[in-house]
Design a binder for this molecule. Structure first.
Ligand code: HEM
Length: 505
């Protein structure tokens, strides 16, 4: 647990002790104690702070260890918040399929309840007619096959920019920071898909933008006293809300500028602009159609999509490359498949993806071992939810540990070893139908960006592997290569993947 949280907890304990004393001094007539006899089992909570100290720096690891003791459905008291943690495919299916409707709302982290983002953000708003409208916009406008097919050429160009950057490094024998390069490309793949322009131009700009996005995700992922003791929210004891406002404002201002410029251009020319997704969204706000969106909503939707889509995709690519560097025989197998199907040294096209089963297996195996959102996004029980002999009480927070589900030894042979071959003769996909592999979640709130993510990842991974040979920087051995994560709401690799390319012809 980070130090600032532990010291903050001392204040919390003090404040609560005073409150408890007051409670005992002023007797109440009615007991509002609920019968918790059917709560799933879990570690014994300490007074006031409950099981908070059990979370540690990497909650997905600590919760996996606790699940070994208490089972695949367990209760933790995180401060005042009753939290039920799901750690098996069968239990995940119960929540995400059987009880999807009554567990579809979320607990909203205080770090995101800033500048109205919680009300506008698709990821955290309540399931409501507005949420349904936004999901429809995602399914039919942003991520439909038709939209994505028609923006393929733009993504091809951005991929070529990435390959040109890497070629420059290969000429001088310079190492590439795969995470940084992938981040710049992903941001521009998204911005070109949605508004036909580059969002960031230089590696420096990409680095600055990545820093803001990662800081938002870290603030959301860090254990926050305000979330565990909602009555102390107003104190913002760790300063998380304050920092989050600064970062969210920074990104929102970029989108405001973008949207503002496009509105001006449309007004000036009287045309609908570029006929891209941004124009489609602006048309909705002006043509009085079935779904209306105002400018604020568009800006928050874009913020949400960029935050949700960039780091997740980048992290997966970084891990896929790290695993391939660790496993040279798998790298060779992938190169062979690409050479046979696409042709050595040629960038991968979206139409090639279906013909590359080994590459798809590498990506699935990366998702199994390294799901970028290890605890998915938190859900909340709308009413009491009965699962087997247990009851998840109304308002409890539900966390699904996709990281441990992907490593369940009863579902996966050699669960901690990277073996893409396991997917070659397997029906298991990542679309939320097979609960042993749920990196994108499942059910109503499953990730709407999946269709784009599963185009961008093979494009980048396949082209990096097919157009270049890769080796570690001088003096580094595979064993020195760190395979650790840092926890935010999405994971970050704690050591960047820096590898040296050689161009292939
Ligand atoms: C490797 C890529 C990605 C992964 C692993 C991923 C994972 C996830 C997960 C686990 C959730 C929560 C699902 C649940 O609660 O059941 C989610 C939600 C979401 N994702 Fe993704 N995501 C990825 C890429 C993207 C992209 C590219 C976009 C958009 C461009 C995106 C936009 C969203 C949005 C808007 C939500 C919230 C949906 C809602 O609550 O209704 N994601 N994602």
């Amino acid at each position: 647990m980070d130090l600032s949280l532990s010291s903050t907890l001392s204040y919390v304990v003090l404040t609560f002790t005073l409150l408890l004393l007051l409670k005992f001094l002023i007797p109440t007539t009615k007991s509002n104690k609920k019968n918790h006899s059917k709560l799933p089992p879990g570690p014994t909570p300490l007074p006031i702070i409950g099981n908070l100290l059990k979370l540690g720096n990497k909650p997905h690891h600590s919760l996996a260890n606790l699940a070994d003791i208490h089972g695949p459905i367990m209760t933790l008291k995180l401060g005042q918040v009753t939290t039920v943690v799901i750690s098996s495919a069968d239990m995940a299916k119960e929540v995400l399929l059987t009880h999807d409707l009554i567990t579809s709302n979320r607990t909203v982290p205080d770090a995101l309840s800033v500048l109205n983002h919680d009300q506008y953000s698709l990821s955290f708003m309540r399931v409501s007619p507005r949420w349904r409208d936004l999901r429809k916009i995602c399914n039919y406008q942003l991520f439909s096959n038709k939209t994505l097919d028609s923006s393929q050429a733009l993504r091809r160009r951005k991929l070529q920019d990435l390959l040109n950057d890497i070629e420059r490094c290969s000429k001088v024998g310079e190492a590439v920071d795969v995470g940084k390069a992938a981040f710049k490309t992903t941001v521009n793949l998204l911005s070109n898909t949605f508004f036909s322009v580059d969002f960031v131009h230089s590696a420096k700009e990409a680095g600055e933008y990545k820093e803001i996005i990662v800081s938002i995700l870290k603030e959301v992922g860090v254990p926050n006293v305000s979330d565990f003791f909602p009555m102390l929210k107003f104190l913002d004891l760790q300063g998380i809300r304050k920092r989050s406002i600064v970062s969210v404002k920074k990104v929102l201002s970029i989108f405001k500028r973008f949207v503002g410029e496009r509105v001006k251009m449309r007004e000036g020319t009287g045309s609908i602009g570029n006929d891209d997704v941004l124009d489609a969204l602006l048309n909705m706000s002006s043509d009085g159609g079935k779904i209306e969106m105002d400018k604020d909503e568009i800006e928050h939707l874009l913020l949400n999509i960029f935050v949700a889509g960039t780091d997740t995709t980048t992290y997966t690519l970084e891990w896929a490359m790290a695993e391939l560097i660790h496993n040279p025989e798998m790298m060779s197998k992938l190169k062979e498949e690409l050479e046979k199907t696409v042709g050595k040294g040629i960038p991968v096209e979206e139409t090639d993806i279906a013909k590359l089963p080994y590459m798809q297996a590498v990506i699935k195996e990366t998702f199994r071992l390294h799901p970028p959102v290890p605890l998915l996004l938190p859900r909340r029980a709308e009413i009491d939810v009965k699962i087997g002999d247990y009851v998840i009480p109304k308002d409890a927070q539900i966390l699904i540990n996709a990281w441990v589900v992907g490593r369940d030894p009863t579902k996966w042979e050699n669960p901690n070893v990277f073996i893409p071959e396991r997917f070659l003769d397997s029906e298991i996909d990542i679309k939320g139908h097979h609960f042993e592999l749920i990196p994108f979640g499942s059910g109503r709130r499953t990730c709407p960006g999946l269709p784009l993510a599963i185009r961008m990842l093979p494009l980048m991974l396949g082209s990096l592997v097919n157009c270049f040979d890769w080796k570690l920087e001088d003096g580094l051995n595979v064993e020195d290569f760190n395979k650790e994560d840092e926890f935010g709401i999405t994971l970050e690799k704690s050591q960047p993947v820096r590898i040296v390319p050689t161009k292939l012809y």
